[in-house]
Design a protein around this ligand. Sequence first.
Ligand code: PLP
Length: 409
Amino acid sequence: MPTRPRPDWSLPTRLIHEGERSQPPAGRPTATPIYTAATYVYESAEALDTAFASGEDYVYARYGNPTVAALERVMAAAEQGIGAVAFGSGMAALHAALLAAGTPRGGTHPQVRGILAARDLYGATTNLLNDFFAAQGMPVAYCDMCDLAAVDAAIAELHPDVLLVEQISNPLLKVADIAELARRAKAAGARLVVDNTMATPIVQQPLALGADVVVHSATKYLGGHADVIGGVVVARAALVRDTLRRYSKLLGSLLGPFEAQLILRGVKTLALRVRQQCANAAAVAAWLDEQPDVAVYYPGLAAHPQHQLAARTFDGCFGAMVSFELRNADRAAAFAFVDRLELILPATSLGDIYTLITLPLISSHRDLTPEQRAERGIRDSMVRLSVGIEDVRDILADLQQALAGNRLP
Ligand SMILES: *Cc1c(COP(=O)(O)O)cnc(C)c1O
């Protein structure tokens, strides 16, 4: 049994052991500490054996970490799931979520037989489906998830066991009818995976509408400050949660404690930030809609194709992403518009406290051919704003001066 450091030990030995493994303080820390320990010691071999057997106690950090567990608990609550598992990035989370969603009921090992995914997806997600899943021989098909007849036809043809959709799509900000998709997935014996990164649980909680799995890139709204990479998967059923945990242990694609603490800290202000961001975005969308040379995409505007659905199923706000096209502008004019901005940052990513702008043409959709972009309705002059928490008057003034420059000869 490990003893307390003894005074007769030599200096090098005492430097290693003195001060370590003390009792936790009587008072509980208000905020969860960053547990950096890779391993844990127990009073006896018997106690260690019991800890290994329980699967609940901390033994080795790849199996579980208290800082990461705190983040997993708050995210399970935020998304109304039975449990959550954190991963080292949004992509690692999606990979594990798609595998785990293919776990047959009554079985323990994922056997994905087919994935039906939305056509509008984050670029790297499309690459994951094509270059990893399809490349391994797994059938993958795409359809417009807003067209329920197309979804029915694709399900009948593919017999997928996993459906994947992003709530609030990129960059056209389409809104998915989660309840209808969940009903169809269930009838087909499939599980519905929702990437809720763009919406956040402040705007909608897909598990409550019947989805089976929710995925987040925690790099975006959950972290919120452009300083951390991470991902989280929330499950509705114990079977999926347990598979996720097993895969995290097996593949080692887990989140580290420092990152977990940053995200945990971010989540505390998620509601405040996202509500402010949604209010700012609504004001930006309304102002842009008044401008003569601009076509706006925002679920909060009455002209948006899924405005009614969003009004009915979102929690009183419409998200903080606003996309728009500069009418009569080509690639060069769009570049010039972005270069004139003084406050809004031309950075990739989204969900930060800073207002960010991207051109899908050169970022998320650069690997598509011009024809494929046109087919998806993405013009060269389309820009996507991730609205931040700055004073909205400053955001509007920046857009105004940059747009005014566009009209000059
Ligand atoms: C960023 C993003 C991802 C990938 O997340 P990473 O943290 O960059 O790995 C997946 N889905 C959506 C919708 C995203 O915006």
